[in-house]
Design a protein around this ligand. Structure first.
Ligand code: ARG
Length: 231
């Protein structure tokens, strides 16, 4: 369901994947959140209009969506990694992130040590999936990959998986609407989110970094941080 608009310079096409609160999620049929507001700032700066392209996270994280011309930029709570820096143009960091362990409220699981023999849900193509795979042997659980965070929340609520590992800020927000789930352990991974552009799009990359510099300096970033993330 994706068409390239990269050639049209009145439109900034933004690849994302929802729900990923508070960075990107639906408010009615509108895409909103911290990332979306930062993309609105960028579009304003470029005198363009944002057009959101919703796509599976795998295609965003691997760089395949950007490099196929599906969108101009990816705004998806995307952690900066060496692989991604090689595959795409990654901006400077705009958010410090970690992972978290979430289980059904009735579960007795309190830490990663309690996961032996269990099924742990992750979002396909994410750093949470990488973390879960890297530690599966140590803790003795099995990793089950899902396409969206919404699918993971449903599977946890239905009891078809025992736990999930995904980004801390997103789980913190998502469990507010899901009283049958609880966050039991933050997992410090020291990640940083960045925006990604097509590998050779130096021009747009410079604009994104300049937009962030400006927002850090003039208080807009702090204002948006307060609005979407809070203390
Ligand atoms: N920060 C993680 C990563 O980059 C997860 C991002 C998932 N984002 C999303 N919009 N679903 O791999």
């Amino acid at each position: 369901a994706c068409t390239s608009d990269s050639g049209d310079d009145s439109t900034l096409t933004v690849c994302t994947n929802v729900p990923f609160e508070p960075f990107e999620f639906m408010d009615g049929n509108e895409y909103v959140g911290f990332d979306m507001d930062l993309m609105n700032l960028l579009a304003e700066r470029l005198d363009q209009t944002v057009e959101v392209v919703e796509i599976d996270f795998d295609s965003i994280g691997s760089g395949s969506a950007l490099n196929a011309g599906t969108c101009d930029i990816a705004a998806a709570g995307l952690t900066i990694t060496e692989e991604r820096q090689a595959a795409m143009g990654m901006s400077q960091a705009y958010y410090r992130a970690d992972q978290a362990l979430v289980v059904p409220s009735a579960s007795t699981v309190a830490t990663l040590d309690d996961l032996s023999g269990m099924q742990v849900a992750v979002q396909s193509g994410t750093t949470g999936e990488t973390y879960a795979n890297d530690h599966a042997g140590q803790y003795g659980y099995e990793v089950v990959a899902f396409e969206t965070m919404g699918d993971i929340a449903s599977a946890l609520s239905a009891g078809s998986v025992d736990a999930s590992i995904a980004d801390l800020a997103t789980w913190t927000d998502m469990i507010k609407d899901a009283p049958d789930l609880k966050l039991v352990q933050p997992i410090e991974t020291e990640e940083h989110y960045g925006f990604a552009v097509q590998k050779d799009d130096k021009e747009l990359l410079d604009e994104v970094n300049a937009m962030l510099d400006q927002a850090f300096k003039d208080g807009t970033y702090a204002e948006l941080y307060e609005k979407w993330i809070g203390e």
